[in-house]
Design a protein around this ligand. Structure first.
Ligand SMILES: [Zn+2]
Length: 311
């Protein structure tokens, strides 16, 4: 999948060109009739117009120029071994997809600031945050988290370190609607990546972040994850699964009953960590999530298992 010359890139180029051109014409017009009475020569006016165009174009295209530099450079060699050791999803990718994953990690870490709250942030934490953000959108072409600028990481319980949560207990991850940040507990982030037991704080919070793009954190993911046509089918599946869970006939975490928004975040943790089990126990839910995230992880895992047995 293309990482640089995407549809967003082309739209950015077109918008940048148009705005820069209009600014250049406007500025050339202003310097043709300066209010202070000193008229510039034709050459000087042209020079000012070109200079404004170039500066404006450089400004509006800075994100993609930076991306180009990243993609043509190397990524730190030790990243791959950290991901191999701590991220089972990465371990299951083939060579080409691993390279693609690493490039996406590189772009994410360049564009989103990971900040420790009263702690130092190491490479492992940065890579786990980036992995949690990338895994759900790995097969979605041209996806950016709109307006996500920061991830704040506390050592353990967020409410101990964040002023805004002083009155709440046991908050380990947080997404506030319409804010450009995600908050995570470092201890739980690391602990969850060490086991594929269906619990993954990082994935959970980034699913809320994706959900938010539809206009509300309501358990209905935006397009291209969930098409309008599939919306009613999705809601039917969610309602059925919630009834099963209420009647103690489901192995999803009870927290999924809090709301549809929490349901999809909990279900996604299960989907990405235990796909074979989900396909077996919740086939309709699995199929819909496979369609949303464009990943058939259960088949990928069983193909990998067959490959190992053959060896
Ligand atoms: Zn949640």
């Amino acid at each position: 999948m293309e990482l640089l010359y995407t549809r967003r890139y082309k739209v950015n180029r077109m918008i940048s060109f148009t705005i820069s051109f209009l600014l250049a014409v406007l500025t050339a017009g202003i310097v043709s009739n300066p209010p202070y009475g000193i008229t510039l020569s034709h050459n000087m006016r042209a020079f000012v117009g070109i200079a404004v165009f170039l500066f404006a174009d450089l400004f509006f295209t800075r994100k993609y120029r930076k991306r180009k530099r990243i993609l043509y450079g190397n990524f730190p060699m030790h990243w791959e071994s950290i991901l191999e050791e701590y991220v089972p999803y990465f371990r299951n990718l083939d060579k080409e997809d691993k390279e693609y994953f690493l490039r996406k990690v590189q772009i994410f870490l360049e564009e989103v600031m990971i900040t420790g709250v009263k702690i130092e942030i190491d490479d492992l934490t940065r890579l786990l945050v980036a992995s949690a953000a990338i895994i759900p959108v790995f097969r979605i072409p041209d996806w950016d988290y709109p307006f996500l600028t920061d991830v704040f990481v506390c050592q353990d319980n967020l409410s101990e370190d964040l002023e805004l949560l002083k009155c709440q207990d046991d908050v380990m991850g947080l997404v506030i609607y319409n804010k450009s940040s995600v908050y995570l507990s470092k201890d739980l982030l690391l602990k969850n990546f060490q086991k594929t037991d269906g619990n993954n704080l990082g994935l959970h919070e980034f699913i809320h972040k994706i959900d938010e793009v539809s206009g509300d954190i309501d358990g209905i993911l935006p397009s291209p994850f969930l098409s309008k046509k599939d919306r009613s089918e999705w809601l039917k599946i969610v309602d059925n699964e919630m009834i099963k869970l209420k009647n103690k006939k489901s192995d999803l975490k009870e927290y999924a009953l809090t709301s549809r928004a929490e349901f999809i975040a909990v279900a996604a943790e299960y989907f990405f960590e235990r796909p074979v089990e989900m396909k077996d126990k919740h086939p309709s839910l699995y199929l819909m999530m496979q369609k949303m995230f464009r990943q058939d992880l259960a088949s990928a895992v069983s193909d990998e298992a067959k490959h190992i047995i053959k060896k």
